[in-house]
Design a protein around this ligand. Structure first.
Ligand code: ZN
Length: 269
């Protein structure tokens, strides 16, 4: 029964992943999410329902368009797999609960933000601002992460955690952003990353925002060093920070509180 539910969530999540792919394709170009319906980017042929079954169509067609045989990139497939895996993993971790719902929604949001940043080096205001408004309202209803706020009455616990998290995240990246403007006279990271850090704080709350940002910086630094060492990337090429922040934010939403209780437990004798 449990296995069947996990499979259903994975398939449903993969179907959501197809929609995430549409968002990733169209939002940076300012195109409508609804019109025109899905079509091949190369031959413009409209796609039939049998071409749109998540993951499976992709594998049956061996990554090729049914109509013009053009090779389809890998990204739609791995976004569908990640999106389905995320929903199944979140259900497995939280069970049916509000945290399950918010973690899945935010996880999908950060997949879209992270992949767009990976492909375009862009973090879009038209995603970050509405998401921040949604997260602010949600923070009132969903119990906050972290342990500092449980004594506060509703609705203050969630609001304080979210707003403190947002301010912390924003300032945490604003400082290096300004320093690199002063010292190197150029942007070390985009201002989009700073706004994204604010959104992350709103979503994870305080103090978990620090976990998400610090582990994102460490992960990004490690991957960037490896890419430079292997000469995959040159020193002059920008490596976007958003994808790493997205990954560690999703991990923080899933396991941040577990990590925090374990960490604080180390100091209780
Ligand atoms: Zn085609």
């Amino acid at each position: 029964m449990e296995a069947a539910l996990l499979l259903i969530f994975a398939l449903f999540g993969a179907a959501v992943g197809s929609f995430l792919n549409v968002c990733i394709d169209r939002l940076p170009a300012g195109r409508s999410l609804l019109f025109p319906p899905s079509h091949c980017d190369v031959c413009q042929h409209p796609l039939a329902p049998r071409d749109l079954i998540p993951i499976f169509s992709y594998l049956w067609l061996r990554r090729r368009c049914r109509y013009c045989q053009a090779l389809i990139p890998w990204r739609p497939l791995w976004v569908e797999i990640a999106s389905g895996g995320l929903l199944a993993l979140t259900y497995w971790h939280f069970g049916l609960s509000t945290q399950f719902a918010t973690t899945a929604l935010y996880g999908w949001l950060f997949i879209v933000i992270g992949v767009i940043d990976l492909e375009h080096q862009l973090i879009l205001n038209k995603i970050v601002f509405p998401a921040a408004a949604f997260a602010l309202v949600t923070s009132i209803m969903v119990p906050p992460s972290g342990i500092l706020y449980f004594s506060l009455p509703w609705p203050w616990a969630g609001l304080v955690s979210g707003v403190m998290g947002a301010a912390t995240g924003f300032i945490f990246l604003l400082i290096p952003f300004i320093l690199s403007l002063i010292v190197y006279r150029q942007e070390g990271m985009g201002f989009g990353d700073v706004k994204m850090a604010g959104l992350i704080g709103l979503v994870t709350g305080f103090p978990l925002v620090l976990l998400a940002l610090l582990s994102g910086a460490i992960l990004g630094g490690l991957v960037a060093s490896v890419l430079l060492l292997l000469r995959v990337k040159s020193r002059k090429e920008a490596i976007p920070f958003g994808p790493f922040l997205s990954l560690t934010t999703i991990a923080t939403l899933l396991w941040g509180n577990d990590f925090l209780s374990w960490y604080l437990g180390l100091f209780q004798f």
